[in-house]
Design a protein around this ligand. Sequence first.
Ligand code: 3PG
Length: 389
Amino acid sequence: MKINEMTKINIQKKKILIRLDLNVPMQNNKITSYARIQASLPTIKLALKNKSKIMILSHLGRPTENKFQKKYSLFPIFKYLQTKIKNTNIYFAKNLNDKIKINYGEIIIFENVRFNIGEKENDIKLSKKYASLCDIFVMDAFGTSHRMEASTYGVGMFAKISCAGPLLISEIKSLQKSIKKPQRPLITILGGSKISTKFNILKKLAKISDTTIVGGGIANTFLAIKNNIGKSIYEKDFIKLAKKLIKKYNILIPIDSRTLNICNTKKIYSMKNSNLISDNEEIMDIGDKSIIKIIKIIKKARTIIWNGPVGVFESKKFRLGTEKISYAIANNKNAFSLAGGGDTLAVIEMFNIKKKISYISTGGGAFLEFIEGKKLPSLQMLKKKYIQN
Ligand code: 3PG
């Protein structure tokens, strides 16, 4: 792949703007998984070693533009980085106009890029503004490389020099290697709450998989074809597509679920067959019969692609499905397991199975899109820049 690489160009005493993916799972303004931050540390340290002026951009969650919302602030991540990078001045800028001057060998972290007007639309003015901050733009946010946004695409087009960071390069090389000739049966497990963005990916992955197991909001959308799913999250607009997919491919939807009755103040949890869910219930996890069925399939798999929990794993009461599936993947010594995504990383950390997963990507959607063979906009930008430079 012909792109500039941070490790191969002169970054000494340069103003470097690094786009990282520090979009980590949070609960009550507290970080619940440090995996993505830790994966980004070598890149920051490489820039520090070269005595660059380091500026860091990242998004966190999906806030409304031009509206500060504390729960999406990068401040807790900045505080964490301060503890991880010792003997270095690290500053936090509330916005791009914050006039904090840094010296060589110092770091500034800007507030969530998705608060900036035009970020999501890849706005030219904003892209130029980012680019004007630096001599070199480093794209190292593999997890966001599937987004064509001002800080992942536009900035790179306008910066004098744009290059890929070491994390981006290693992700691409490792993923390319691992998906070259997958052993069969190949199964995909797709869960989580980001329904709309994952549905199109599901279409492609179902095509290459022998079995596709769905959980979370995606599973609920399939269940909603024929069943009442009460107050569970799902995507109405994707029911039509779900109908088509289930006819065409081998997609496994939960046969039973753990539910929560949201009207009952005593918070009653039940286990229900998927066709017996009532109006006031919300699906929170898969049920025991589904767990048994899924584990059997995982045991026979030779390649496993895994993205997303199958229930609300943050709560102890609704963790069992995700826990059992995680251990089944980890204990299948005959399979090559590929896992990715913010929540998936949190699950892997929670159940301490990191060493038993063959390859863990920092990307979620980007990881899946790369596997399905889609062109990632940030990589396209880096290729264009390579030709131009
Ligand atoms: C992710 O968590 O997959 C990446 O950080 C991208 O986030 P997004 O789906 O909100 O663009």
